[in-house]
Design a protein around this ligand. Sequence first.
Ligand SMILES: C[S@@+](CC[C@H](N)C(=O)[O-])C[C@H]1O[C@@H](n2cnc3c(N)ncnc32)[C@H](O)[C@@H]1O
Length: 252
Amino acid sequence: MDYDERQYRVYAQARALPETTIAGWMSAFARHAPPARPLTVLDLGSGTGRFTPALAATFGGPVYGVEPSGRMREVAEDHAADPAVTYLDGSAEAIPLPDAGCDLVLMFLVLHHVRDQAAAAAEVARVLRPGGRVLIRSAFPERLPELLRYDYFPGARTVDEQVFPRMDHTIDLFTGAGLRFVELDEVQQEIAGSLSEYADRLRLRGSSTFERLTEEEIAAGFAALDAAVAAESRPRPVIEDSDILVFERRAE
Ligand SMILES: C[S@@+](CC[C@H](N)C(=O)[O-])C[C@H]1O[C@@H](n2cnc3c(N)ncnc32)[C@H](O)[C@@H]1O
């Protein structure tokens, strides 16, 4: 998936989250972060900077947004600038930060894009301080949530089953890099205020899953979704379940 090609143009708008949802994510991250403040935070695969300013506000910073796509980084620099945030060219396999300097690493829907996941786990372990934690927000094929989009785009479930790494594999990756597995947390968040808002955002196709569906599947899905939107008499929020895996570098 090359985010420099198309996704950078639509991602920020298509994947924007309500303020309350960002706040909900920050509370979830804070539940698992080391207790001291301020914390040095690495948002690894920071994309358009959807979370970086809020991470700075929540944890104090400095916050580093490491992102391989130059165009995603440009959007972040334009729209998610913050004095406590520095965006850096780099990748999970080659993090441009020194050893043992980060208290918290976030990988939010990034791991499935990483080619060399073992190298990434080793790099995360390297940049974490003793007692520091990494939060992996991902989906896992053996326990995919009931996402609303699967109702309209059934092929999306098959794609997700194929592209996301399994949970046991993910746990092996990070424990294999010397980290301790702490826990799995399940987080429920509102992602749109109504079906109509949900459809508008989905139509921007700001998800790599859409790149793997046929145009016929996409057209059929939107026809069914539009019919549901037309029948929506009272706006109801769209809620999604998400998983976070938490790992820690043992204190020395
Ligand atoms: C689904 S987006 C998530 C962006 C951001 N974390 C968010 O939640 O808004 C995936 C991001 O991972 C980045 N990415 C792809 N390969 C990567 C790698 N090897 N290391 C770090 N980031 C990578 C992509 O460029 C893209 O910005």
